[in-house]
Write a protein that binds this ligand. Sequence first.
Ligand code: FRU
Length: 489
Amino acid sequence: MVNPLHEELKRFLARDDIETIKKTVDDDPWRLAYHVMPPIGWLNDPNGVMQYNGIYHLYYQYSPHAPEGGLKYWGHATSEDLVHFVDQGVALYPDQPYDLHGVYSGTAFVEDDQIHYFYTGNVKQLGNHDYITSGREQNTIHAVSHDGGKTIEKVECVIPASEYPKQFSNHIRDPKVFKLGQTYYMILGTRDLKGRGQVITYHSTDLSNWTYHGVFAGPLEGLGYMWECPDYFTLDGKGILIVSPQGLEAKEHEFQNIYQAGFLIGELDQGAIQFEALNRFVELDRGFDFYAPQTFLDQQGRRILWAWMGLPSDDPKISNPTIERGWQHAMTLPRELTIEDGRLMQGPLPEYQKLRGQAFEQFVSLKGAYQNEQMKGEVFEMIVEIDQVGDQFKIHLRQDTLLQYDSKKQLFSLILAESGYGREKRSIELKSLNHLQIFSDYSSLEVFINYGEYVMTTRVYPDSQHDRICFTGEANITVKKWDLKNTSL
Ligand code: FRU
């Protein structure tokens, strides 16, 4: 049956001026060379990430009409190698009574060659509502693909908002599904009526009939009023719960962004299906732009995480000048998660080594400043092995980015000035600094510290052609730097 709203939305996306908008977007020098971006408009959370028959699929929250954010669709990109991506257009439109105000975040679950999707259908009722305790429906929708993920067919609303337990507010969303024994479990992020974030569980034996099971995790003291985008998996025998909580109080160096994204390591009680956190909540990234991560297990058995390299635009201090050029936000690089000595580590994927071009390598016994005509760039990867650090060690990049280690204060900082558009300083308490792996793109920077013990991610908007790389302070360093190729070429 033809769905006239669907047809209309599709027509709107194919209208004449799209080419003009696309040209403005493509001409922007801040477009990234090797990150997934919205073709036009706005992007937020990664959705339905998976590998199927060798092909990697990344769906994402997408507002093609509004770079400042608007009605949410699912965009779609595929890749054979996790490095080069092909835009597959819109995968899901907000075209049903149960998802009219947005096809919100969700997951893909593959079993017996069948790809299932579960997502949140957002509906806002007219009237005088606070949209927290009334006026909002967040339905859970089941969809499937019959062509390996290329197109998605909505099946039915499996949990209508009216059926959620009454102790929760209207905010219940972002399903993630996993299987234990013969039972499927779906976890959802919520805000309860007392204003506390939690994760709840439903169970099912057929993926179509879902029964409320109970609270999976939370509330936890100091962990906010709403938990978005829950993800649960085991890694090296440990239970990991990832959530994006809202409403945390900033500490001296932690929880500095408007909203956080991080993990709890703990144990799942397999009878009750309750997660007990054994460690405190730890942020996954200590930079300015990281939110709503989602993970999947690839066919090599790697636990890979993708996140939105951005945050909801509720912080008036921080801005993204690409809005005027018709687009906003991007995905982080995909990262592999591992456990080492009981700690969760994050590392860039070896696949990205294929982008390495012109190389530069140098040992420097640094005292003062070091710069080299052959060592500069805007789009590059740089590994710095660091030894014998004096009081201060600094790396100056591009227009005004500063990475700084103060060994007396044992503090590693990322500092931006004008090119940060409101982003100023983030710091990590760090006993010693021995390794940095830096990925710089035209308007982003990802810094893996001490082999992925910490990561700092930021958007940064230098004026064109700022390609400085300079070291100051005192340390013995071995620098390896490669220009990185543009994946769209
Ligand atoms: C997180 C989030 C999700 C929601 C989606 C809507 O950034 O708020 O909770 O499903 O974005 O775009």
